[in-house]
Design a protein around this ligand. Structure first.
Ligand SMILES: C[S@@+](CC[C@H](N)C(=O)[O-])C[C@H]1O[C@@H](n2cnc3c(N)ncnc32)[C@H](O)[C@@H]1O
Length: 390
C-alpha cells in the first residue's frame, strides 16, 4: 500500500488544488480521533486519503474502500498533499517520477462504472474469477481473439502484473476489473456469458461465508450463462470440492460433470504447486440448460432529506439492522463542522458492499459511487433512507 511516513499531520484550508489534484474536505472519525479522511479528486477519480496518527508513527496513505483503479493517482495525491501542507516526510514507498507505462497506456483496466453504464454485449463473454498470476486468462485471451474476456481480481499486484502482459502482448479482447466477483455477477446481463472460470479459489475453511462458490453465486452464474454455457470450478481442496458439489447439485436445469486430475491446456501457478506436491485436482463443471429472464431490479438509490439530528446520526455507530432480504451495519462515523459521513456495509450478508454516505446540511449522497443495483442493496438503501429521513 503506498504511504508516506510523516513527522506530523498538518491540515490545509479546504477546498484547495495543486498539480491537478483537488482536496475538497476533511473529516475525523468520531470514535477514533486519530483517524482522518481527506476527500480527493483527480479527473474522474474521487477517493479518500487516510491519515493515521499514532504515538510512534503518523501515516498518510490511501483509503482501501475508495482506492482508485489507477495506483498512479494515489501516488500523485499523496505527493500533492505533502507538498501543499508542507509535510515533513520521514520515509515513503511512493515513487516520485513514476509513470508506469503499462498502467497508463493500457485501457484494459476498467472501473465498475464502465460495466454499470454500458455492459459490453456485442461478443461472447467469458469471465475468470480470481485470475491470480493470469496465466490461464492470458492464454485464453490469446487463443480466442473473437471472445471478450473479463478478469476479476482483488489482489492489486496480480492485476498490475497482468496489465503489463496485456500491454506487451497487445491484447484488445481482455478487460480487467479490481472488484469482488460475487458482487460483479449481479450486474452482468442474463444469458450473455459463455464460460465462467473459477480456478483454485481460496477455500476459506474457517470462514466459509467468504467463499466464491455459494448458492447466491451459482444462482447468478446460472442466470448470466447462455444455454450450454459453463461454469468451471477447479480446486485442489477435497473439502472445497465436496462442499461445492453439494451446493451445485441442489440446482435443477443444469448438468454437472466431475473430473479428477484432468489435464487442461494451461497450468496455473497454483496448479503447478499442487501437482509438485502430488495433490489431486478436482473439476466440477456446471452446464446451464435454461434461458433466464432479463435482469430487472426495481428501485433507485435516491435519498429524500436527512431530518435526523446530528446527535442521533452519531449514535448510529456500531448499530446493525437485519432486514428481510438485506442488512445494514454502521461501521464508522466521521464528521467535520458541516458534514457527517457514515461508513456502512449493506446488502446481502454473504457478499456485503462497503461504502460511504455523506450528509451535508440535509442533503444525502453516496461517495464516491452509488451501490450496485442488487435487490438486497435496494432493500438496505430504502431502510437507510427511512432512518436518515427521521
Ligand atoms: C488461490 S488464488 C488462485 C489464482 C489463480 N486462479 C491460479 O489458479 O493460480 C485465488 C485468487 O482469487 C482472488 N479472489 C479471492 N476472492 C475473490 C473475489 N471475491 N473476487 C475476485 N477475486 C477473488 C484472490 O485475490 C487470489 O488471487
Amino acid at each position: 500500500m503506498p504511504h508516506l511516513h510523516i513527522e506530523e499531520f498538518k491540515t490545509i484550508d479546504f477546498p484547495q488544488s495543486i498539480d491537478g489534484v483537488d482536496f475538497d474536505f476533511l473529516v475525523q472519525n468520531k470514535n477514533n480521533e486519530n483517524e482522518l479522511l481527506i476527500a480527493t479528486k483527480i479527473e474522474e477519480d474521487s477517493f479518500f486519503l487516510l491519515v493515521k496518527q499514532d504515538k510512534n508513527k503518523n501515516l498518510l496513505k490511501s483509503d482501501k474502500l475508495t482506492r482508485p483503479s489507477s495506483i498512479y493517482n494515489v501516488h500523485k495525491a499523496l505527493l500533492a498533499y505533502a507538498k501543499l501542507a508542507h509535510l515533513e516526510v520521514h520515509s515513503s514507498n511512493v515513487p516520485h517520477n513514476e509513470k508506469n507505462e503499462h498502467l497508463t497506456q493500457v485501457s484494459a483496466l476498467k472501473s465498475i462504472d464502465y460495466f454499470v453504464s454500458d455492459f459490453p454485449t456485442s461478443k461472447e463473454i467469458r469471465i475468470e474469477v480470481g485470475f491470480g498470476s493470469g496465466r490461464h486468462l492470458l492464454h485464453q485471451a490469446v487463443n480466442n481473439p473473437d471472445i471478450l474476456f473479463i478478469g476479476l481480481e482483488i489482489h492489486r499486484p496480480s492485476i498490475e502484473q497482468v496489465l503489463k502482459q496485456i500491454s506487451i502482448q497487445n491484447l484488445d479482447n481482455l478487460l480487467i476489473l479490481d472488484y469482488d466477483a460475487r458482487l460483479f455477477m449481479e450486474l452482468v446481463p442474463s444469458n450473455s456469458v459463455g464460460k465462467i472460470y473459477v480456478h483454485f479459489p481460496v477455500p476459506w475453511d474457517k470462514k466459509p461465508h467468504r467463499r466464491v462458490i455459494a448458492t447466491s453465486f451459482i444462482e447468478e452464474a446460472r442466470r448470466v450463462l447462455s444455454v450450454d454455457g459453463k461454469l468451471e470450478l477447479r480446486t485442489d481442496s477435497e473439502n472445497y470440492y465436496a462442499y461445492s458439489y453439494e451446493t451445485f447439485i441442489a440446482f435443477t436445469k443444469t448438468t454437472l460433470h466431475i473430473n479428477k486430475n484432468k489435464e487442461i491446456a494451461i497450468s496455473s501457478k497454483y496448479e503447478d504447486r499442487w501437482k509438485k506436491m502430488e495433490k489431486n485436482i478436482y473439476d466440477v463443471t456446471m452446464i446451464n440448460e435454461e434461458e433466464s429472464k432479463e435482469l430487472f431490479i426495481e428501485g433507485n438509490f435516491n435519498f429524500t432529506q436527512a431530518n435526523l439530528s446530528r446527535n442521533a446520526i452519531l449514535e448510529l455507530h456500531n448499530k446493525t439492522q437485519k432486514l428481510d432480504g438485506g442488512f445494514i451495519h454502521f461501521e464508522r462515523i466521521y464528521a467535520s463542522e458541516t458534514r457527517i459521513m457514515l461508513r456502512i456495509s449493506m446488502g446481502s450478508y454473504d457478499r456485503p458492499e462497503h461504502l460511504y454516505v455523506i450528509i451535508e446540511a440535509k442533503a444525502v449522497s453516496y461517495f464516491p459511487n452509488i451501490p450496485l443495483k442488487s435487490k438486497s442493496n435496494i432493500i438496505s438503501h430504502n431502510y437507510l433512507n427511512g432512518v436518515l429521513n427521521g
